[in-house]
Design a protein. Structure first.
Length: 437
């Protein structure tokens, strides 16, 4: 009898889940913690329904990814290259890699924010990046290690944020009302609020759903494990919803009306209310969220780019590890620059947002295309209902892309151009003054 089986021959429960825990960890990062807390502080419990909509569509696409990885024997980008050609596949791989690398500094800053409450050493992120790279190249069964680590981090997040919520004493009636769109807020105006697409984007992370197809293969699932894949996806989105709602409700209960500019502000705001223990608990949850997302986010960028280039898409392939290390180091160096200079790399953020506008719908479309193909999936291709739900999710992604482009990227580019024009105008004036003197 193997270690993974019970005396009756059935799988041990730990063999029935795993990829979903990894996916949940990459979705719950410093950005989602800040967004959820800010929304709770601003709008109270009234936007809980948005979280539920987000996780429903995340469930649809993680289920597609899990099914694709379970049914097929080839890697996702290999299948995609055969269907649409290598150039488009490389475009998706490069897009996902750039997004992961550009946003990795946020995960580094989340780790830094959690650590700075306990130590004056400013470069703890260097140590944690070194540990991550050691894991990356030092363990043969990388997936098994990552799955176990993510299970620990998920447990720490759930316990830490649940205890904080308990002491915050949220209004349960208002929480229940928050499940109803428009209830207790501005009615239809709150439902049609375009900024809600930003909140949806922190949970409906298509690159993580795309990577679910790789995780299912790493887990070793086959066609007979399709049910496990569905259960695992449900567990992952349930975890995402619970953590997001706990963060939002804690902020709604005790931080109402406060402006939170960074994840460190959330912990600092909780200290006067809950004391040092409350802040410590939050920092444990923050560290777990940041460092887990820190590891998996880098793997998403490295593995998908390597596979798109035809260089391999498994943990055993050399280039998957090299490109994953490249994401880790990029995020670390950008974070060190931010810590030392005190300024955010605006150009990198805008560039990442611009790439997201293109890469996210392409990745979703690729996942939908592959799982709808009879040639790829056989009898397990999507049914009409799944295609309908995935199609609605795809339209939602297009809406998020339009929101990011119109509300984030273009205004920031115009601002940067204005600042550049101002500098150009100032310099000739200074030269004239110097010439006269």
């Amino acid at each position: 009898m193997t270690e993974q089986q019970t005396p009756t021959g059935k799988k041990h429960w730990s063999q029935r889940i795993g990829p979903g825990l990894v996916t949940a960890c990459v979705v719950i990062g410093p950005g989602s913690i800040l967004t959820s807390s800010n929304l709770g502080a601003k709008d109270g419990y009234s936007m809980i329904w948005v979280v539920l909509i987000s996780v429903i569509f995340m469930l649809v696409y993680t289920s597609l990814g899990a099914k694709l990885g379970t049914v097929t024997s080839e890697s996702t980008c290999t299948l995609l290259a055969k269907m649409v050609g290598r150039p488009l596949t490389i475009l998706i791989g490069c897009g996902v890699f750039f997004i992961s690398a550009a946003y990795q500094f946020g995960n580094n800053l989340g780790v830094h924010s959690a650590l700075e409450n306990f130590t004056d050493f400013k470069y703890g992120i260097v140590i944690f990046n070194a540990i991550s790279i050691a894991f990356l190249f030092g363990f043969k069964n990388l997936y098994k290690l990552v799955e176990r680590l993510m299970g620990i981090f998920v447990g720490l997040m759930l316990v830490s944020f649940a205890i904080n919520l308990f002491f915050a004493k949220p209004n349960l009636l208002e929480m229940a009302e928050g499940l109803i769109p428009g209830y207790g807020s501005d009615g239809l105006d709150s439902i049609l609020n375009i900024s809600l697409l930003g909140l949806i984007g922190t949970t409906f992370v298509i690159s993580a759903a795309f990577y679910q197809s790789y995780l299912a293969r790493f887990k070793g699932w086959k066609v007979e494990d399709l049910k496990d894949g569905r259960i695992d996806s449900v567990i992952s989105v349930t975890i995402m919803a619970l953590i997001t709602i706990m963060l939002m409700s804690t902020a709604a209960a005790v931080l109402r009306g406060q402006e939170l500019n960074g994840v460190g502000d959330v912990g600092n705001a909780l200290q006067p209310l809950f004391g040092d223990k409350g802040q410590i608990l939050f920092c444990i949850g923050l560290f777990s969220a940041a460092y887990s997302s820190f590891i998996v986010n880098s793997m998403i960028g490295g593995f998908i780019l390597s596979d798109s280039l035809g260089l391999g898409g498994t943990p055993q392939d050399k280039w998957t590890r090299i490109l994953t290390a490249a994401v880790l180091l990029t995020g670390m160096f950008v974070a060190i620059y931010v810590i030392r200079s005190g300024t955010k790399p605006v150009v990198a953020i805008v560039a990442a947002q611009a790439v997201t506008v293109v890469a996210a719908p392409l990745a979703a479309g690729a996942l939908l295309l592959l799982t709808s193909s009879k040639k790829v999936m056989g009898e397990h291709r999507n049914g009409p209902l799944m295609n309908l739900l995935a199609g609605v999710g795809f339209v939602l992604l297009l809406g998020m892309a339009w929101y990011i482009a119109s509300e984030k990227v273009l205004p920031q580019i115009q601002r940067m151009r204005g600042e550049t024009a101002a500098v150009i105008q100032v310099e000739p004036a200074e030269m004239k003054v110097a010439t006269r003197n």
